[in-house]
Design a protein around this ligand. Structure first.
Ligand code: ZN
Length: 148
């Protein structure tokens, strides 16, 4: 038995599995009947599209839903973002955006409080793909700006 087979789950494989799981079975996908804010963005470089809707009550994101199509990184990032931003205050959501952007600049530690999203930290090595990962976060950022 080789060392390789003794440790079949390498970290990169684990991260890839997390990304593919969110891509194939996206969480929080759909639309809201009466969203507080709705933002559509696309990334022409890759052809990714994201439409994000938030329902905000008393300064808290009660519901986050997205529709979209495109590469696995853009859609998995949207799925994980929408899932985790639900229930957060607007200030907490802003903090999440700051941390995710920091992680996309190569700071892995910044992603440690972001749950499954840490799986995307490797994307920071590929500038073209960073745009894919950031698309839904830019939609979130613009949503928060509109709510201000
Ligand atoms: Zn993409």
């Amino acid at each position: 038995m080789s060392l390789e087979s003794a440790y079949p789950v390498k970290l990169n494989d684990l991260y890839r599995d997390v990304i593919m799981d969110h891509y194939r079975r996206p969480r929080n996908k759909g639309t809201l009947e009466e969203p507080s804010v709705s933002i559509d963005l696309n990334n022409p470089v890759c052809g990714d599209e994201i439409s994000l809707q938030l329902l905000v009550r008393d300064g808290r994101i009660e519901k986050a839903r997205f529709m979209g199509r495109g590469c696995s990184i853009s859609q998995a990032s949207a799925s994980m973002m929408a899932q985790q931003v639900e229930g957060k205050t607007l200030a907490e959501a802003e903090e999440m955006i700051a941390r995710f952007k920091q992680m996309m600049r190569g700071d892995e530690k910044a992603g440690e409080t972001l749950g499954d999203l840490i799986a995307l930290h490797g994307v920071s090595k590929f500038p073209v793909r960073v745009k894919c990962a950031l698309l839904s976060w830019e939609a979130l950022e613009r949503s928060l700006e509109q709510l201000r």
